[in-house]
Design a protein around this ligand. Sequence first.
Ligand code: 3PG
Length: 220
Amino acid sequence: MAVHRLCLADIAPQRVLPVLVLDDASLAAPVREALTAGGLSCAEVTLRTPAAATVMARMAEDPDFLVGAGTVLTPGQVRAADEAGARFVVSPGFSAAVAAECADRGLAYVPGVATPTDITAALAEGFTELKFFPAETLGGVRALTALGGPFGDVRFLPTGGLTEANFLEYLALPAVPAVGGSWIATSALVGQRDFEEITRRATRAVHASQLGDAGNAGRR
Ligand code: 3PG
């Protein structure tokens, strides 16, 4: 039976993927609940803290919440993420070894790209949905618009420097099914246990992306 690997539209149906850097696993469930209350039932948990595997496992206890691992650089991290319940893997760059481990485990892999050469290499390996990182530093919306010429079939998940003020400009691009960013649940908000503000930010992001969709449909 063919394995259906998640695509970006499955990973982030509301078109916004919260990126989390959590160093206290006891906050995993409250953060998950705060995001869910705001309409976002997915998160990329970056493997930048010793607590990350436990954070993913606690978040994955809710079967309706889709947890992925971010900042994945090695096959060993893919194994750890899979065992913790992650269902997709995101990297800042492209790693053939990470891609192979994800394929063995049936996990979706969203590799990172920064240049036309990176994109060409990822396409050659069969990847058409790519993280564009660090998006703002690389030229943001203008860079993605330019890349859409030669790479019209590629879909991008821009992350790095996105905020409440600029993410809709990215979502307006046909090549961008979803965006990622830490602005919804920043480390500062999590540290302050300000779960209500996380819910407010998630709610605003969901509403704004839905309004953006309606506007785009009106123009078509
Ligand atoms: C990441 O993978 O770390 C994301 O790019 C997060 O970037 P941000 O903190 O600028 O949103």
